[in-house]
Design a protein around this ligand. Structure first.
Ligand code: CA
Length: 230
C-alpha cells in the first residue's frame, strides 16, 4: 500500500487552515497544522513531512524567515509559499529563499491541490506514479521489474525501471539528459556518464519500443533531451 503524503499546513488564519486541512484529508493526504511560525518550527524539528504549505505572513516568525532558516539548515522538504494578493516581490523572494512554488491568496482549493500534486510529482516522482502504472502501451510493475504488453512480458533492470518511472511521472515535458541523470542516478553528470546514460536509453528502447530505430515512447528531442508523450 502506498503511504499517504504528509503535509504540514502553516497558517495563522483559522478558517483557511481548517478548510485546507479538511480538503487535503478528503483527498487522501495526512495533515498536521501549525498556527504560527514558532509552532511550525517546533513541528518541523519533530516530524517528517513530504511537503510544507507555508503562509508568508505569520505571527512570531514569518514564513520568509522560516523558509530561509530551514533551507540553511539543509531541510529539503518541498515548500509551497502562500502569499497575499499583490505581494509580487515576496513571491520572487520566496523562490530565491528556496521555496519550490508559490500561490497567491485568495486561491481556490482545486488550484492548491493541483500545485501540491505538481510539486510532489516533481520532487518525488516515485510517489506520483506508484509501484505499478501505465507507460504507453505497457503495464509496468516496479516491484517485480516487469513491463507487460498484451503479447509478452519484458524484464527490465532496476535502472531501467527508474528511468521509466521518471518519464511516467513527468509526461509531456522535455527532460534533459542532465536532469534524467541527476534524478535517476542521483549524481551529477560527467562526460563519462553521458555515454552511460545513452547506452541505457538505447538498451531500454530496444526492449520497449516497437521500432527502436524510430522510438515513439521515449522520443528524442534534438539538442534538448527526451520526452515521453501521453
Ligand atoms: Ca497569515
Amino acid at each position: 500500500m502506498e503511504q499517504k503524503a504528509h503535509i504540514l499546513v502553516v497558517e495563522d488564519e483559522q478558517k483557511i487552515r481548517t478548510a485546507l486541512t479538511d480538503f487535503l484529508e478528503f483527498h487522501g493526504f495526512s495533515v498536521t497544522e501549525a498556527m504560527d511560525g514558532l509552532e511550525a518550527e517546533r513541528t518541523v524539528d519533530k516530524g517528517k513531512f513530504d511537503l510544507i504549505l507555508l503562509d508568508l505572513m505569520l505571527p512570531k516568525i514569518s514564513g520568509e524567515q522560516l523558509c530561509c532558516r530551514w533551507r540553511q539548515e539543509g531541510l529539503q522538504t518541498p515548500i509551497i509559499m502562500v502569499t497575499a494578493k499583490g505581494q509580487e516581490k515576496e513571491k520572487i523572494k520566496g523562490l530565491e529563499l528556496g521555496a519550490d512554488d508559490y500561490i497567491a491568496k485568495p486561491f481556490s482549493l482545486e488550484e492548491m491541490l493541483a500545485r501540491i500534486k505538481a510539486v510532489l510529482r516533481r520532487t518525488d516522482p516515485a510517489r506520483a506514479v506508484g509501484q505499478t502504472f501505465k507507460f504507453a502501451d505497457l503495464d509496468v510493475d516496479i516491484a517485480s521489474l516487469k513491463a507487460k504488453r498484451t503479447d509478452r512480458e519484458i524484464e527490465i533492470t532496476k535502472r531501467e525501471a527508474g528511468i521509466i518511472q521518471y518519464f511516467a511521472a513527468n509526461p509531456n515535458r522535455v527532460i534533459s539528459r542532465e536532469e534524467l541523470y541527476k534524478e535517476v542516478w542521483q549524481e551529477t553528470m560527467t562526460e563519462l556518464s553521458t555515454r552511460t546514460m545513452d547506452m541505457h536509453i538505447a538498451k531500454l528502447r530496444s526492449k520497449i519500443e516497437h521500432d527502436s530505430a524510430n522510438p515513439q515512447i521515449i522520443k528524442t528531442v534534438r539538442g534538448a533531451g527526451y520526452k515521453y508523450e501521453t
